[in-house]
Design a protein around this ligand. Structure first.
Ligand SMILES: Nc1ncnc2c1ncn2[C@@H]1O[C@H](COP(=O)(O)OP(=O)(O)OP(=O)(O)O)[C@@H](O)[C@H]1O
Ligand SMILES: [Mg+2]
Ligand SMILES: [Zn+2]
Length: 482
């Protein structure tokens, strides 16, 4: 007698991306503008004959094409809220419906496919009211196929809606683009990705720390499919997911390490900055990755300096946003511009294989740490509009190195020399002492912005008076927190 043991079949997990593919417009994460456009078109029965969906991978193009097809063909009636249970509603999201044709131009972009398409639209629908043709990666259609498609789009047959999707909008023929209504899919924000993943974790009972979730969202760079796939890979660990797991799985540079390098560089702690970079290399990150991270960080700091309210645009966790904001007062905008240029040159040198590896990284960091703003006429700082008018009563020597002030002032920053010269013009005393200890940020027609301790604020009236006297125009002292 055989003693065959019954081995339980392994439970096969459904991929998160398949299970959580949105079924209704309202379920789409982000994309608020196009959601509103499509909802309104469906409500008013004014759906276009051809759409062009453009945007990065994994942001909802194919999902939306299927949602549109289901919305037009729900057996309970057309509208933005397909019932989700009728035959059409169940079949369409699976990409398996006789009246919905999906063509992947990346693998099948030849003229034969378009002939098949023309035949498809010419025959009567089997179960649908409106046939839908989806052409994915439509920029990869051959020239002959594009021309044949164009003819169909010029005289769209009744009862058919075309959805062309692409990740490379500019590679789509202008003649095709102009026949379609374009809807652009945006990369999702870190917050939007995080919220979506959080919902899935709750549903699936996946235990993950809030920071790990935030890092996972950040590592996906706005693509929700990637974020969900990463979560799926991490779920296999079968335990609570920690931040380190995310870094490991996403092969991402840990955000705190990235910000440590940035902070040490901006603070002038060269040794620690070099050590941070070495640490990244020893973790297996490539030079271009390290430099790209640094460039992104410098950009973030510049953004926070100019538009502190734009912190929603930072690709950073909540803790990361705090660190970036704190760094915004460390260097003047012109200095940051120089650092950004040094890093960009390093990326170019790396690309050209002029210099490689740790040597290149060290050189970039050393050069960046020495950043000095270039001569005012060379750098055009968009927001730093310092027109320093030399005070009549001041000595022959101009108060700032920017003189003579032009009649119509071009944007020009005030460099450290000019700042030093301005300080030297101030009468000795508390105002000068305090300002000397502060970090110069910006001087405009009416304001001097510095970073320094709270005690500077109390000094503002006196400082304003002294500065106005030296510069010959009313100047307000504005302090930013360190
Ligand atoms: N905006 C979104 N809202 C909700 N889920 C999304 C969104 N974007 C992507 N997803 C998730 O990612 C998966 C893939 O999305 P979809 O196929 O729609 O992306 P795509 O934009 O067509 O990408 P590609 O350019 O690579 O074809 C979906 O099954 C869904 O789980
Ligand atoms: Mg797609
Ligand atoms: Zn339905």
């Amino acid at each position: 007698m055989s003693t065959k043991k019954s081995i339980p079949a392994p439970a096969i997990e459904r991929a998160i991306t398949a299970k959580y593919r949105p079924r209704r417009i309202a379920d789409l994460a982000g994309q608020s503008v196009l959601k509103a456009t499509l909802t309104s078109a469906l409500e008013r029965g004014m759906v276009a004959a051809a759409y062009l969906f453009t945007g990065p991978a994994g942001t909802g193009k194919t999902s939306t094409a299927r949602i549109l097809a289901a919305s037009l063909n729900c057996e309970e009636g057309s509208g933005p809220e397909p019932c989700g249970v009728c035959g059409n509603c169940r079949q369409i999201p699976l990409g398996d419906h006789p009246d919905i044709l999906e063509i992947d131009a990346a693998s099948n972009g030849g003229i034969d496919q378009i002939r098949q398409l023309i035949e498809f639209v010419a025959t009567r629908a089997i179960r649908a009211r409106t046939k839908v043709v989806v052409i994915d990666e439509c920029h990869q259609l051959s020239t002959a196929a594009s021309n044949a498609l164009l003819k169909t789009l010029e005289e769209p047959p009744a009862g058919v809606v075309f959805v062309l999707a692409t990740t490379e909008r500019n590679a789509v023929l202008e003649t095709i683009r102009s026949r379609c209504q374009e809807l652009s899919f945006r990369p999702l924000s870190t917050d939007e990705v995080q919220a979506n993943l959080k919902g899935i974790c709750e549903e699936e009972g996946i235990v993950i720390t809030e920071t790990a979730l935030a890092e996972l969202a950040r590592a996906s760079h706005g693509g929700l499919r990637d974020a969900q796939s990463l979560l799926g890979q991490l779920r296999v660990l079968g335990r609570a997911i920690a931040t380190e797991d995310v870094w490991e799985q996403a092969s991402a540079i840990p955000e705190p390490l990235k910000h440590s390098l940035l902070g040490n560089l901006l603070k002038g702690d060269l040794l620690s900055a070099l050590e941070d970079a070495r640490e990244m290399l020893s973790r297996g990150h490539q030079v271009d990755e390290v430099l790209a991270g640094l460039r992104g960080g410098v950009r973030d700091v510049m953004l926070m300096q100019l538009v502190p309210a734009a912190d929603g645009r930072l690709e950073a966790t909540a803790a990361g946003k705090h660190r970036i904001t704190a760094l915004a007062g460390r260097r003047s905008y012109p200095e940051l511009q120089v650092i950004a240029e040094v890093v960009a040159r390093g990326m170019q040198a790396n690309h050209n294989r002029a210099l490689r590896g740790a040597t290149l990284l060290d050189l970039v960091i050393m050069e960046a740490s020495q950043a000095q703003p270039v001569a005012p006429s060379v750098v055009a700082a968009p927001v730093v509009t310092a027109r320093v008018v030399v005070a009549e009563e001041a000595s022959e020597e101009p108060a700032c190195a920017l003189a003579p002030a032009p009649a119509s002032p071009p944007a020009a920053p005030v460099g450290p020399d000019a700042w030093a010269s301005l300080l030297s013009k101030l009468p000795a005393g508390r105002v000068r002492e305090k300002l000397e200890a502060a970090t110069f940020l910006n001087l405009s027609d009416s304001e001097l912005v510095v970073v320094g301790p709270a005690s500077l604020a109390a000094l503002a009236p006196a400082a304003g008076k002294a500065l106005s006297a030296v510069l010959g125009r009313p100047i307000k002292l504005v302090r930013r927190a360190e």
